[in-house]
Design a protein around this ligand. Structure first.
Ligand code: IPM
Ligand code: MG
Length: 369
């Protein structure tokens, strides 16, 4: 069995705590002979700033480029509020996405039956929910130029961000969505603001043409992003795959995450284009942030982080056995009523970050027996 080269970037806030739990799972999978890893470690975000005054060092970028996959926990926190814009913690994350060309961000929102009561929506609306949000990750307003604050002649300031998309960028993310839909419930909802934005207009035109040309077997609908935000809380089970741009995808995926009970549950995969051997650069990270308010308390939920490792097993390492086992172990501990505080709901008590990690490893042992 060849070893998977995995770069661990724990980052900031609760990052190191939840990373430690993912490492327990890595250690267990190795020991059980289900997978073999070659682990490197690096710094990103505020942690990198404290050490090197950058959001990620060149040597850690080189490690990311040569890894089979990157597993990143979270970046940012109030401690770095005053640092220069280009070295703020988020700049490290954005550089990884851009330099590794990870244009396709997969954010599955799955509601485990055991957690349906932790959702802010009624059980019947979310029980069994299974949505895949496909967010464009290297374009749009996150990276468009100009992006600046200038001082005008009258002394007033003017800030500009630029929303920009090309045919090629829209097509390649559209393809990812249609391909995923074919393996799921065969439906894609494409979302933009074609009624207001030129980028939205082009997005709709390109997705429509791509669908007609190559994916007519998949059901396609277009939905304006504001309406989609509304439909997500009205009747989320109408969706299968949602494909949208970088900014709308950022917002809608937080909304979808919350439907599942907690932001602490959702993993994500960010993938690049396949090379000649079918390999893709990839980074896996929880959808949640660094939660500085609870950092260091040992109460963060490690499930999104461990689930992200599971996505790495599936999408980068083609190890469905390990990926399925991780998913089953997570469902198993939840089924047994084990809860971190964010998903506690009406449960009588909650467990710590490391207890949750241990419980998942224990469950893995049974699942893999
Ligand atoms: C996310 C986060 C990031 C984003 C931040 C931390 C830069 O919110 O991954 O959803 O806006 O993309
Ligand atoms: Mg976000």
């Amino acid at each position: 069995m060849s070893a998977y080269k995995l770069l661990l970037l724990p980052g900031d806030g609760i990052g190191p705590e939840i990373s430690a739990e993912a490492e327990k799972v890595i250690a267990f999978l190795s020991q059980a002979g289900v997978a073999k890893f070659e682990i490197e470690r690096g710094l990103v975000g505020g942690a990198a700033y404290d050490a090197h005054k950058v959001a990620i060092s060149e040597s850690d970028m080189a490690l990311a480029q040569s890894a089979d996959a990157v597993l990143l926990a979270a970046v940012g926190g109030p401690k770095w509020d005053g640092v220069p814009y280009n070295v703020r913690p988020e700049a490290g994350l954005l550089r990884l996405r851009k330099d590794l060309a990870l244009f396709a961000n997969l954010r599955p929102a799955i509601c485990y039956p055991a957690l349906a009561d932790a959702s802010s929506l009624k059980r019947e609306l979310v029980d069994g929910l299974d949505i895949m949000i496909v967010r464009e990750l290297t374009g749009g307003v996150y990276f468009g130029e100009p992006k600046e604050i200038v001082t005008l002649e009258n002394g007033e300031k003017r800030a500009v961000d630029t929303q920009v998309y090309t045919t090629h960028e829209i097509e390649r993310i559209g393809r990812v969505a249609f391909e995923l839909a074919r393996k799921r419930r065969n439906k894609v909802t494409s979302s933009e603001k074609a009624n207001v934005m030129r980028t939205g207009y082009l997005w709709r035109e390109v997705i429509t043409a791509l669908h007609k040309r190559e994916y007519a077997d998949v059901q396609l609908e277009h939905m304006l992003a504001d309406a989609l935000g509304m439909q997500l809380v009205r009747w989320p089970k109408q969706f299968d795959v949602i494909v949208t741009d970088n900014l709308f995808g950022d917002m809608l995926s937080d909304e979808a995450a919350m439907l599942t009970g907690s932001l602490g549950m959702l993993p994500s995969a960010s993938l690049g284009a396949a090379d000649a051997n079918g390999k893709r650069k990839a980074m896996y990270e929880p959808c949640h942030g660094s939660a500085p308010d609870i950092a260091g308390k040992g109460i963060a939920n490690p499930i999104a982080m461990i689930g992200s490792l599971g996505m790495a097993m599936r999408y980068s390492f083609d190890n469905a056995k390990a990926a399925d086992a991780i998913d089953q172990a997570i469902a198993g501990v939840l089924g047994k009523g084990l809860r971190t505080i964010d998903i506690k709901g009406d449960a009588p008590s909650s467990i710590s970050t490391s207890q949750m990690g241990d419980a998942i490893v224990a469950e893995l042992k049974t699942v893999l027996k």
